[in-house]
Design a protein around this ligand. Structure first.
Ligand code: SUD
Ligand code: ADP
Length: 270
């Protein structure tokens, strides 16, 4: 069986603001967040084949298992089962985003797999929407990959126009992976109030993330004094932080000065 390979970008996700409002009966947390997406991310390629296989390449491949636990593998298997189709596909994930870093990671990859396979296998996109929340709280937002307000566990979505499409952004990660569950586990349980205008908002996971990885404070301080940086914040459960810049030149100047021990990505918001 042969067909031209299809490629999908698994766009890096950021949380422009993230308010934690309380703990849910299911153990997860109620959030109010604004999701936004970069034009860059991981790349997933798919070709029809007899069996389901996944190869992981790219700068962060060594940090990831390419077996059945990989979210790309899980997304493909779940979609095939839901659609009652054979799960023959050869997938290649070019892992460019750091793993466990608060910018979607596996969620964006799983969502990219759902979009790609919906098209490759010619199945109803509603099936992908049904599966997405079962793969992770962030997967529905990543499936859309459009600016959206997330409530509930982060999977109750409303599209919004935050007026930030085209904004230059610099992402920095101190190359220290951070477990999402561990960061939520360190939240102090204090509801600091609802999310109104995201610019005036906060990331309530910053304090517990900084307690685990103090280097986050150094990244935020470094970004905060870059010329042209208009808003500096941590994304998700960290440790990636971002700055929105007033020009691509200012972003590129900051990117060129980024300490080499930190990972960085100069991008633009979708
Ligand atoms: C914090 C956020 C913000 O966008 O992003 P990341 O830091 O992962 O990028 C998300 O809520 C992460 O979503 P996702 O990465 O899909 O998390 P899941 O796999 O569903 O859950 C991983 C673990 O995080 C905790 N969790 C997740 C979501 C939520 N609303 N409350 C939680 O307490 C739970 O301990 C759960 O076991
Ligand atoms: N394709 C994938 N990319 C990244 N992480 C994955 C993938 N598949 C499974 N994982 C697992 O998911 C975890 C990252 O999830 P999470 O902490 O939610 O990431 P992030 O904080 O970047 O959103 C990793 O520890 C990794 O073991």
């Amino acid at each position: 069986m042969s067909s031209p390979p299809l490629t999908e970008i698994a766009a890096a996700k950021i949380n422009l603001a993230l308010h934690v409002r309380g703990k849910r009966p299911d153990g997860r947390h109620d959030l109010e967040t604004i999701f936004a997406f970069c034009t860059d991310g991981d790349r997933l390629t798919a070709e029809l084949a007899d069996d389901l296989s996944l190869t992981v390449t790219g700068p962060f491949a060594a940090m990831l298992d390419d077996g059945a636990d990989n979210l790309v593998h899980r997304a493909a298997a779940a979609l095939a089962a839901e659609a009652r189709v054979g799960k023959g596909v050869r997938l290649t994930l070019d892992k460019r985003l750091p793993v466990a870093s608060g910018i979607g990671g596996g969620s964006a990859d799983a969502a990219a797999a759902l979009r790609l396979l919906t098209s490759l296998w010619g199945i109803d996109p509603l099936l992908a929407q049904r599966i997405a929340p079962t793969l992770g709280s962030d997967v529905p937002a990543c499936l859309l990959s459009m600016t959206a307000r997330g409530e509930g566990a982060g999977d109750a979505l409303t599209l919004v126009d935050a007026g930030i499409a085209g904004s230059p952004i610099l992402l920095i990660n101190p190359r220290l992976p951070l477990s999402t569950a561990a960061v939520f586990g360190g939240w102090d349980g204090v509801d600091r109030g609802p999310l109104g205008n995201w610019r005036d908002g906060r990331n309530d996971l910053e304090a517990p993330a900084r307690a685990l990885v103090p280097e986050i404070g150094r990244v935020l301080d470094w970004l905060g004094v870059r010329e042209g940086a208009e808003l500096v914040r941590m994304s998700g459960s960290g440790a990636t932080c971002f700055a929105l810049f007033d020009s691509e030149e200012a972003r590129d100047t900051a990117a060129a000065a980024c300490p080499p021990q930190w990972w960085h990505l100069a991008s633009v918001l979708r």
